[in-house]
Structures are given as C-alpha cells and as structure tokens.
Design a binder for this molecule. Structure first.
Ligand SMILES: C[S@@+](CC[C@H](N)C(=O)[O-])C[C@H]1O[C@@H](n2cnc3c(N)ncnc32)[C@H](O)[C@@H]1O
Length: 298
C-alpha cells in the first residue's frame, strides 16, 4: 500500500501523565493478542455498522483525507485506505502501531496509510485538515472526553463527517442481566480476566457524550446496541445479528452496551448532506420486518 507524502504532519511527543502511561503500559502488554481477542469479538459490529458506513462515506467523499484517532492495530485505518482514503492513524502506543504497520505492509489498498505516534488531545495538524475522522474504542480509554472531541472538531473540515463507537454505561435491563450471566460464566470457566494487566478503560456515559457533541455544535445520529455475549459462540453471525437487532430495537435511541455516533460538522451556511441522509440504511435496521425508511428521524 502506498504512503502519503510526508508534508503535512510533524510528529510530537506523547503525553506523560500517569493515566496515559498506564494506558500505554496496558497496550504494551496486550497488543500481541488485541486482534485475536478484541478485534475478533467486535468484528460482527464492524461488518454490521462500520463497513457499510465507510462504503457510503467513500461514495460521498471520493478519495479524501481521513484521520483515525486512537487507531491501535489499524482496523479502521486499513478499512478506510481500502476504500481509497488517504489515512493518518494516530496512537500513543508504539506496540499497537507496530502491529498496524505490519498489517499495512501486507495490505493492498487503493488509498494510502500512515501511522504515527501521538496524543489525540494534541494533534499537530492544521485546522480543518480532514474530510473524515473516526474514533473507535478510544474514548473509553481517556480520563476526559472533551479535549479529544475538541481536537476532532478542530481538525475536521466544515461539512466533514465523523464516526464514533464506544462501550457505554447505559445498559438496558436485559443487557445488565446478560452481563451478570457472562461474568458468572467467566468465573466458572476460570478465565484469565483477573490476571490481565490493569486497564484505565471504563464504559463512557453516552448521555455526557451527547451533551458534549451538542455543545460543540455537531450534527449527529446516535444508535445503541445491546450485546448478547453469552450466546455469541452458539449462534452463526447471521442469527446473532438478527438476535441483536431484535433485542436492541426497543432501546435503539437511548440505551445499550455500545453506542455508535454518525455525525457531521456543519458547514457555515447551507448544509449539503445530512450526517445520515434518509436513503442511508444501516444493515441493523434493514432486514425484513424491521425495515424502515432511514436511520434517522424516529
Ligand atoms: C481499544 S483500542 C482501539 C483501537 C482501534 N481504534 C480499534 O478499533 O481497534 C484504544 C486505543 O486508543 C489508544 N489511546 C488511548 N489514549 C490515547 C491518547 N491519549 N492518544 C493516542 N492514543 C490513545 C490506545 O493506545 C489504543 O490503541
């Protein structure tokens, strides 16, 4: 895969506060099995929500500059590059980036991709540089969301699009019950959860996120998904998606285990395209009886 010309990004030192150092240490210890554990676990949501959205985005924007904040092992960066974007992936973990770099050398994409060490709260990038910014699984590794969101808005060009997905703490009653069940199962099977290195991560408050995005003047749609982890291994991906769609449906606007944000920074003046226009249909709401006219405006 090609790499973009080195003319628009100057690397900077990463933060050295205790919180960041603990996160870097956590990823140093876990990077080698991140894709096997985390990427594999969330792959179903990548296929269900992320990838169709990136397809749609590529159609809207054509080849354009994209930033992947907290890119880790490059899951989203590489998916963007495959769709023709020129991507900058920023992460403060050299260990996660080493894996992303390795995957990059074996990738065959239309766009370009470059991974750099940096702090997502302080990016040495010009205002409005990117047409699109993605932020998957990053915010729940930060002590405060606001500085990162402010950077997201600053580097996004007016009219540019953004995507956020995170675990959140507004679980549905069903989600809470399933989580208890899942913990019991982990205890019974004596997994190594307790032996894992200490992480700073904690599900975010989607309510707070909503308030911050509104405060920053962004336009967005927020969707929630209830996970069914205890039955994941027992079901095919198709059945799992159907089950998740059904159980998520009643709470899709307010509660769930995961929150997905599809957004846009307003242009000054007339808006050309909505964050998700009425003809965009997430596969989550596309099937059979659950079909609906669009992803927004319920
Ligand atoms: C759960 S991983 C998500 C990685 C990737 N986005 C994905 O979807 O697989 C969170 C990533 O955020 C990075 N991160 C956390 N705080 C950061 C910061 N302040 N600046 C840059 N990266 C950070 C971590 O190093 C880690 O790679």
């Amino acid at each position: 895969m090609g790499r973009p010309a080195d003319v628009w990004y100057t690397p900077v030192a990463i933060a050295n506060d205790d919180f960041s150092l603990q996160d870097i240490e956590f990823h140093r210890e876990t990077a080698s099995y991140y894709d096997a554990e985390v990427t594999a676990k969330y792959g179903v949501y990548h296929r269900l929500l992320l990838e169709p959205y990136l397809d749609w985005l590529a159609e809207q924007l054509g080849p354009a500059r994209a930033l992947d904040m907290g890119c880790g092992t490059g899951v989203v960066s590489l998916a963007l590059a495959q769709r023709g974007f020129d991507v900058l992936g920023v992460d403060h973990s050299q260990d996660m980036l080493a894996i992303a770099e390795h995957k990059l050398t074996n990738a065959n994409s239309r766009g370009t991709c470059r991974f750099v060490v940096g702090d997502v709260r302080n990016l040495p990038v010009a205002n409005g540089h990117f047409a699109c910014v993605t932020c998957q699984g990053l915010l729940h590794h930060l002590g405060q969301l606001q500085p990162c969101l402010q950077e997201l808005v600053r580097v996004l060009r007016p009219g540019g699009f953004f995507y956020i997905s995170e675990p959140c703490c507004e679980a549905t009653p069903l989600g809470r019950a399933l989580r208890k069940l899942w913990r019991l199962r982990l205890v019974r099977h004596q997994t190594t959860e307790a032996e894992k290195p200490q992480s700073v991560e904690a599900p975010i408050s989607a309510q707070d996120l909503r308030a911050m995005l509104e405060g920053l003047g962004l336009e967005f749609d927020m969707r929630f998904v209830t996970q069914l982890s205890p039955v994941r291994a027992a079901l095919s991906e198709r059945l799992y998606v159907l089950a998740v769609t059904l159980v998520s449906w009643p709470w899709r606007n307010r509660r769930g285990d995961l929150v997905f944000v599809f957004g846009r920074k307003p242009e000054t003046g007339e808006l050309g395209v909505d964050p998700l226009p009425h003809d965009y249909r997430s596969p989550l709401y596309r099937r059979g009886r659950l079909s609906r006219p669009g992803f927004r405006g319920d």
